[in-house]
Design a protein around this ligand. Structure first.
Ligand code: ADP
Ligand code: ZN
Length: 217
């Protein structure tokens, strides 16, 4: 149902990359590689990588490029990425974009499209600080924009919903700052490569999702 299948989702925190990824993977069977989700799992399980990443993630800073790039390289090599993949939250720096290109070259793949999720800061902060995440399955809800049916419980698996530590107002502001300085230059980087297309992420997901599908065809 979509023609472009090897994808990068680019955009500020809170733009809805994770939320639209959930829908798209369900409908297409392509793989979801969320560096944020992988890092949070590594931190929870106290792995070597998790220990190295913890301080960066909790302060809203970026984890060092080589560390995340190696992690992503491993995922891209898996069979399940054969049908296509969404890189959600990676690359986040120009250096990471270069490392990604090298990793893809090595396995004979290339990107079909970089989707830029566009939204203003005021709305982003509102969304981030009202965001609730399921501790069980990782599903995303929002106290204001898409509340769960039962307060504090996941609609999908019934487990408790929590606020991510880095969704506090202070850390969310820091993440937006980091995005503007380190990640936003990727918009021009991919535009020059002719890979960029955009989706208006200020819209609710029942409007932005059809836009996403149309840019992927
Ligand atoms: P967001 O809601 O900001 O998109 P993510 O869940 O993608 O959040 O990421 C949470 C945190 O994990 C980031 O603030 C950063 O510390 C770390 N992280 C995720 N992806 C990367 C990456 N590609 N490079 C460096 N750090 C990353
Ligand atoms: Zn759940």
């Amino acid at each position: 149902m979509i023609k472009k299948k090897n994808l990068v989702f680019l955009g500020p925190p809170g733009a809805g990359k994770g939320t639209l990824s959930e829908v798209l993977i369900k409908e297409t069977g392509i793989s979801h590689i969320s560096t944020g989700n992988i890092l949070r799992a590594e931190i929870k399980n106290e792995t070597e990588l998790g220990k190295k990443a913890k301080g960066f993630v909790s302060s809203g800073a970026l984890v060092p490029d080589e560390l995340v790039a190696d992690m992503v390289g491993e995922w891209l090599g898996k069979d399940e990425c054969g049908k296509g993949f969404i890189l959600d939250g990676f690359p986040r720096t120009v250096r990471q974009a270069e490392l990604l290109e090298q990793a893809l070259n090595k396995i004979g793949k290339k990107l079909d499209c970089v989707v830029y999720f566009k939204a203003g800061e005021e709305l982003l902060l509102k969304r981030l600080t009202a965001r609730l995440t399921c501790g069980g399955c990782g599903a995303i809800f929002n106290k204001i924009f898409s509340a769960p049916k039962q307060e504090g419980k996941c609609d999908k698996c019934g487990k408790d919903l929590v606020q991510r530590a880095d969704d506090s107002l202070e850390t969310a502001q820091e993440r937006l700052k980091v995005y503007n300085v380190q990640t936003a230059p990727l918009i021009e980087y991919y535009e020059k490569k002719g890979l960029l297309c955009s989706v208006d992420s200020e819209l609710p997901k029942n409007k932005s999702y059809p836009m996403l599908i149309s840019v992927l065809n």
